[in-house]
Design a protein around this ligand. Sequence first.
Ligand code: FAD
Length: 466
Amino acid sequence: MPSDGDLRLVSGWGRTAATAAHLTSALTPVDLSAAIKRAGPRGVIGRGLGRSYGDAAQNAGGDVLVTTGMNRILDVDVAGSTARVEAGVSLDTLMRTVVPLGLWPVVTPGTRQVTVGGAIGCDVHGKNHHRDGSFAAHVESMVLETPARGTLTVSANQEPDVFWATAGGMGLTGLISEATIRLVPIETSSMRVDTERAVDLDTAMARMTEGDRFYRYSVAWVDCLARGRSLGRSVLEFADHARLEDLPPAGRHRKRALRFKPVASVPAPPWAPSGLLNRWSVAAFNELWYRKSPRRAVGRVVAAAAFFHPLDLVTGWPRLYGSRGFLQYQMVVPDGAADTVRRSIEALSGNGCGSFLAVLKRFGAGNLAPLSFPQSGWTLAFDLPAGASGLGPMLDRLDEMVAAAGGRVYLAKDSRLRPDLLEAMYPALPTWRVVRERLDPDRRMCSDLARRLPALLDPPTPGAAR
Ligand SMILES: Cc1cc2nc3c(=O)[nH]c(=O)nc-3n(C[C@H](O)[C@H](O)[C@H](O)COP(=O)(O)OP(=O)(O)OC[C@H]3O[C@@H](n4cnc5c(N)ncnc54)[C@H](O)[C@@H]3O)c2cc1C
C-alpha cells in the first residue's frame, strides 16, 4: 500500500500536468529502502529539487519520495579532487563548499538548484559537453537502493550495467543514496569569457565548431524569432575558468579569487503580469538583447555563477509564461543533420509562438548509458508557453524530423513525446529494460513519465499503431 504521506499535487518545473501523489521525505538511506518496500501498486519515484520540466519526478496515485533532506557532504578529498555526498545535496550547496577549496563540479547544468541524485538520474550535461561529457562520466561510484537486489555500490567498473542504467535512468532503477563525484581544480571562481555575435545560423555553427577546440565551455544563444537572412542569428560565448593572472592585480581581487557568494536571487517583478512572455514582448527583448551584445569582446572576466546559472538570478520566472505553464523542448541530432536544426528554427520563427532565446550547443560523444540524452552532434533547447497556438502539431512534426535524422529529445525536459517514437530515439532502450527488469521485476519504481511512455517498462506490442 502507498505511504501515508500527504496527498499533494506535484508538478515539474514547467507546471503543465500536476498530479496528486503521496509525498514523503527521506532523511537516511533506511528511509529509501523502507519507501521501496512499502510502495503500493502505483509504485514510488525519487524526487530531488523538481527541476525536470515534465513528469519525471511525479507519480499519480503513488508515492513520491523527496530526497532533499539527505543533504550532507560526507567528505571532500581536496588532493584527489573528489567529493562524497548524499544524493539530496544540491549543486548550489556543493559549490558553496568546494569552490573556496579550489574545486568545481566538472558538469553543471543551467541551474545550481538540482540535486546530485537528479543530476545522475537525468545524466545532465553542461556547456562543456564537447570536452568533458555528461555528469555520469564524473561519478566515481554511487550507492543505490534497489527493489530486488537491496543496497548496491556501483561504478563504471563494479556492476557497470547497473551504473549505466541508473545514469539517465530517470529514477526507474532505484533510489540513489550517495555518490562520489570527481571535481576539477580551479584557481578562481571567475570565468574568462569571449563573446561574439553571429549574423546567421551557418556562421554560428561554423564558429562553434571552430571554437570548441580552444575552449572548455561554449554556448550560442539563438534569437528564434529572427527570419530570412537573419535566421538563427546568435550571440556566442566561449569560456574557460579564469586563472589568477586574469584577475586585476590591484585591490583584493586575487586574495578573494575563490570567493563564491552568488548574488541572492530576486523575485520576478510583481508588476510583471502573469503571461508577460508573448510573441511581441519576446521579439522586442530578443532584438534588444542581440543589439546590446558586443560584436566581439575578448577576455571579459565574470563570476562563474553569472556565466553558468543566469536564470538562478530571478526566482519565480516561470510565472511570466502564464497560468498554463510552459514547456521546454530539447533535441539533439547528429553532426551530419545540422539541417534539422535549421528546419526547427524555421518552424519556430514561422510559428512565432514567442520562444525566448534558444540555446544551441555542440555535444561530444555520448557515453555507455542506454538512456543518456547526449550524443555527438547539435543540441537545441527552447522554452514555449504551453498555451501557444499550434504548439502540439508543430512539436509533433519536430519529433518526427528529429527521429528521422537519428536524433532524440531529452526526457528530463519532455512532457508530451508521442510514445511510439521513444524506441526510435533511444535504440538502446531494450538493453536498459533488461537491466531494469532484473533490479525491479515487481515494478515498484514508477513515475508519470514511465506510464506516459510505456516502452520504458515494456517492449512495444508488434504491429501496434505507429
Ligand atoms: C533553469 C533550468 C536549467 C536547466 N539546464 C539544464 C542543462 O543545462 N543541462 C541539463 O542536462 N539539464 C538542465 N536542466 C534540467 C535539470 O538539470 C534536470 O532535470 C535535473 O535532473 C534536475 O535535478 P532535480 O534534483 O531537480 O531532479 P528532479 O527533477 O527532482 O528529478 C529528476 C529525475 O531524477 C530522478 N531522481 C532524483 N533524485 C533521485 C535519487 N536520489 N535517486 C534516483 N533517482 C533520482 C527522479 O526520479 C527524476 O526521474 C535545467 C533545468 C532548469 C529548471
